[in-house]
Design a binder for this molecule. Structure first.
Ligand SMILES: [Zn+2]
Length: 336
């Protein structure tokens, strides 16, 4: 048997573990109809259910080579504690990206005020759990919330994660309410900085991407989910031109495979540019590990082992392994 190849563990920078239960279900003609089904599922979450079902999801992630997860969590405080326990059981490092939600959604998502939100976040920190500040979106958080959350994240030097520009409707609503686009509003409210990760950015325009680059913020792309929900194509080559750090997330968990996320990422870039090797394979692997580690404020993502005797890697020269992994393999090449 050949010595296994050792790689840094992959980091899943954006997950909603409960949405794994929607896999294979086809309800919803578009994102907004899917969202109604998702909200029904969210209503039914309990600490016990989260403790059991998230452990299964995190085991699936761990088997696929993810060693750490940023759980973008909006289904309640006790459920957040249960999610952390589930991750521990599955051997996954977790950062609870605890979500602030002022309006819309369903009752259980919302807090009464920024102060109430911060009390909950600090109660998680008091238990020794890794956290990040997560205004859900400019849909769910008005300007004063965004400002308050940004100030707290900055003073505590915590990661700040926020959804933006996933769907055109969100942009239209933001322009109608604020007279600017979502990432412009985030910048104006102090939400963009080097510890910020903007999730999706699918429909971000050039000015918004300039703002992300100027702030040293990252973008988390979630290609399998963005394909599944009909969101659109991440502006991969425009991110690379600006030197914006890119990390990956399994998001809705319709698919859990970091190699597939990276393959999609590069596939989108090739389709959009008509070129090959827009992002070199080694850089793609680094997006999957190092950028995710930095996005979650972690020091390291540990290591995973690749089975180089796997049939998918038969006949591949050692020097070609990174590209063969990204373009020719599924996550079952990761050794348990
Ligand atoms: Zn999300």
């Amino acid at each position: 048997m050949t010595e296994p190849l050792t790689l840094p563990g992959f980091v899943n920078a954006h997950s909603h573990a409960f949405q794994r239960a929607l896999r294979g279900r086809t309800e919803g003609a578009d994102f907004w109809a899917w969202r109604e089904v998702m909200l029904d599922l969210a209503r039914g979450q309990t600490p016990g259910r989260v403790r059991t079902e998230y452990a299964d999801v995190y085991r699936e992630m761990r088997a696929a080579g993810y060693t750490a997860v940023g759980e973008f969590h909006y289904v309640g405080f006790e459920e957040a504690v249960a999610a952390a326990e589930a991750a521990g059981e599955a051997g996954m490092e977790i950062v609870l990206l605890y979500v602030a939600y002022a309006r819309g959604g369903i009752d259980r998502f919302r807090q009464e005020s920024v102060a109430e939100y911060l009390r909950q976040l600090e109660a998680l920190r008091d238990r020794g759990l890794g956290v990040g500040v997560a205004p859900h979106s400019v849909r769910a958080c008005p300007r004063d919330w965004l400002q308050g959350l940004a100030a707290y994240a900055e003073s505590e030097r915590l990661p700040l994660h926020v959804h933006a520009d996933e769907q055109q409707r969100e942009i239209d609503e933001c322009v109608a309410e604020h007279g600017c686009r979502p990432i412009e509003l985030l910048a104006d409210c102090g939400c963009l900085g080097p510890r910020t990760t903007v999730v999706h950015g699918t429909h971000a325009d050039a000015h918004e991407l300039d703002l992300v680059a100027d702030a040293g913020a990252r973008l988390c792309v979630c290609p399998t989910t963005e394909a599944n929900l009909g969101d659109g194509f991440a502006p991969v080559e425009e991110l690379c031109e600006r030197g914006i750090g890119i990390c990956i997330g399994s998001d809705s968990n319709v698919r859990i495979d970091p190699l597939e996320e990276l393959r999609e990422l590069e596939g989108i870039a090739r389709r959009r540019t008509g070129r090959r090797n827009v992002v070199p394979a080694g850089s793609l692997l680094s997006f999957g590990s190092d950028e995710g580690t930095a996005s979650l404020g972690l020091d390291s993502s540990g290591e995973i082992e690749i089975d180089v005797d796997h049939p998918s890697l038969l006949g591949v020269d050692e020097a070609d392994l990174p590209a063969a992994l990204v373009f020719g393999c599924a996550a079952d090449v990761v050794r348990a």
